[in-house]
Design a protein around this ligand. Sequence first.
Ligand SMILES: [Zn+2]
Ligand SMILES: [Zn+2]
Length: 290
Amino acid sequence: MRFSSLHTHSNFCDGKDSIEQLCDAAYSKGLSAIGFSSHAPLSRKAGFHSDWHMPQERLGLYLDTIGRLKSQWAGKLQVFAGLEADYIKGAMAPADFRGRELDYIIGSVHYVVPPHGKPFAVDGSPEEFEQGLYEGFAGRCEALVNAYWDSVEEMIHAGGFDIVGHIDLIKKNNRYHRYFSPEEEWYYARMERAAALLAGSSFVVEVNTGGLNRGTTDELYPSIPLLKLFYKNDVPVLVTSDAHCTEHVNGFYEEAYRTLLSLGWTKTVFFEGRVDGKALWEKESISWGN
Ligand SMILES: [Zn+2]
Ligand SMILES: [Zn+2]
């Protein structure tokens, strides 16, 4: 069985290690492919700065470096150039990066835009989350969570990318169900809508172990109930690590694959590259532990 991680951050954005070091780690840990997904440069329209997006002026060097490593590793490890691009309502969308020399784009929602006030990242610190909730949404958690899922749906409708990143990132600051219970009907309905929207689409959803790797969640993205809905709707899934350092390149993969097997999955997908402008996905049978 072939393993890969297409969700990897290097020191071109907020990762710790270099692209070279991450390729070495991927190979030594037995991965068949590694794809880099630096946080795509923020648009000017976003109107703010961040210290975790790749600066615009580094994009060229980023692509050149990956290009060099692609040739260097040819025949041993597939190396892909990607971006994790934000959807920020009214300011930026993954499709803005189409046309670059990229093998794939991960579309992610990190920011919600409150009715009044500045966009804020839902995966920030608990203090930042609390501040966004009270200043932007008058403390109404359901409104904030709905704004998040609305953005995910808008991003999917807008298209122009290949993989949906950590689709239920909104739960990151909801440990111990501090703000809402995912069992509540309104939340379940949002998950059902997302699954229905992705059913029969060309998108792949990642099963992202990043929260487990960094100790910020005690579950995968997506949660088990959401994975069950994806299974029911035949939505293809891809295991990724969202690694920000070499140690996490395939972190918690056993948990991810065992979870998928326990929910009925027998296959994930494997990225074979971009052909005629389209992402080429092959089915990959899960044989973990067999
Ligand atoms: Zn992300
Ligand atoms: Zn990421």
